[in-house]
Design a protein around this ligand. Structure first.
Ligand code: SAH
Length: 366
């Protein structure tokens, strides 16, 4: 039994079954054994690959989007630029490189990186070397540590999908929470003996689900969206959340584990596989609206990146490049925008200060 499973077994023996969120919290965040506490999960040698690692154009376009939002709020002389879960720092390095000629932008930035993984913090430090003075780079374990005193620009790519979800299952009578217990050293799902009060938070379309169906709720994602929105309505700015998930409330069990670029068993090896769940963009947008922000989207990643000019940028990068380099750039762009790849499953949602004009990239929003 791995060390984390052993810990969970003890906890369950003492206090009874745990929620799916408890499981995700331990498996991803446990101080020494948690998946996001050690090693580098990204890239070909790791477990999965993300958009900024696929093409530099991703971070460049997001950099241009952020610089435009800075101008849209009146080019303030100081702002907090925040990235949640910056991975290797690739997105931010590309964003800063692409915007270094924007007069006054870099001079205004205090950069705050929210990251719990020490290996990745080190990778971020290396990626950002020379891009901003070191005294303007700050690391945090959570957004709450960052002062809410200045305009905010925030970006998060594939961060929200790692936040812990709760799962409910419809029975003939009511919604029960799905919990985890342990038998003979193996975790397995059981249903709580009574109805769950969380059912009150389900979208009405989801709450009508047939017996047997599963619904998911991500409470930390909702409070995150609300916190960001409060900051935006207080001091101005904008946030861009990109992740995989659905635009409308949906039923179903989306919890998944990935290790070594393959789907793995969700309960088999806690701490050694990435766990994530589909992001409920409708719930995020509703929480942001309640927090005082104006939301745009979600639109698909393909729509968003096309509108920001990914095809023009691909042409510029391939025009003078050799055949091999051009093919690599073109394949990366294809992977980001093709519907069968990341173009449709991934979505972008913007949260803005209601006083600022609409951001680029969202004109296709329904
Ligand atoms: N945005 C990056 C990395 C995505 S992977 C990219 O697109 O390549 C998820 C990132 O979020 C990692 O950097 C991981 O260490 C970090 N992370 C996950 N859970 C976190 C938490 N609860 N608090 C802070 N960082 C977290």
């Amino acid at each position: 039994m791995n060390a984390l499973l052993q810990r969970l077994a003890t906890r369950i023996a003492l206090a009874g079954p745990i929620t799916v969120a408890d499981y995700m919290n331990e498996a991803l965040g446990h101080a020494s054994h948690g998946y996001y506490r050690h090693g580098d999960p990204l890239g070909t040698a790791g477990d999965f690959i993300t958009a900024p690692e696929i093409s530099q154009i991703f971070g460049e376009l997001i950099g241009a989007w952020l610089a435009e939002r800075w101008q849209a709020i009146g080019s303030p002389a100081r702002l907090r630029l925040v990235e949640l879960g910056p991975g290797r720092g690739t997105l931010m390095a590309d964003a800063l490189r692409a915007t270094r000629a924007v007069p006054g932008f870099h001079a205004a930035i205090e950069l705050h990186l929210v990251e719990i993984n020490p290996t990745l913090r080190e990778a971020q430090r290396r990626s950002l070397e020379g891009r901003l003075p070191v005294d303007r780079l700050h690391w945090h374990d959570a957004l709450a540590e960052i002062p809410a005193d200045l305009p905010l620009l925030l970006v998060a790519n594939e961060f929200v999908d790692a936040l812990p979800i709760r799962q409910l299952q419809r029975t003939a009578r009511d919604w029960r929470e799905r919990l985890l217990t342990i038998e003979d050293g193996t975790l397995r799902f059981v249903l709580a003996p009574g109805p769950s009060p969380l059912a009150a938070l389900l979208d009405p379309a989801v709450a009508r689900g047939e017996p047997g169906t599963i619904a998911e709720l991500c409470l930390p994602a909702r409070s995150l969206a609300q916190d960001i929105a409060n900051r935006l309505s207080g001091h101005g700015g904008a946030a861009l959340l990109i992740d995989y998930g659905s635009s409308r409330p949906t039923l179903g069990d989306s919890l998944q584990a990935v290790a070594g670029h393959r789907r793995a068993e969700v309960l088999a090896d806690p701490g050694n596989a990435d766990l994530s769940a589909h992001v409920d963009f409708a719930a995020l947008a509703a929480a942001a609206t309640a927090g005082g922000a104006t939301t745009y989207g979600p639109v698909t990643q393909g729509e968003f990146l096309r509108e920001l000019g990914i095809e023009l940028r691909r042409e510029a990068l391939t025009r003078d490049a050799g055949a091999t380099a051009s093919a690599i750039v073109a394949a990366g762009v294809e992977r980001l925008i093709a519907p069968a790849q990341m173009g449709t499953l991934f979505k972008a949602l913007a949260l803005c200060d209601p006083r600022s004009p609409p951001p680029a990239g969202f004109s296709t929003a329904a």
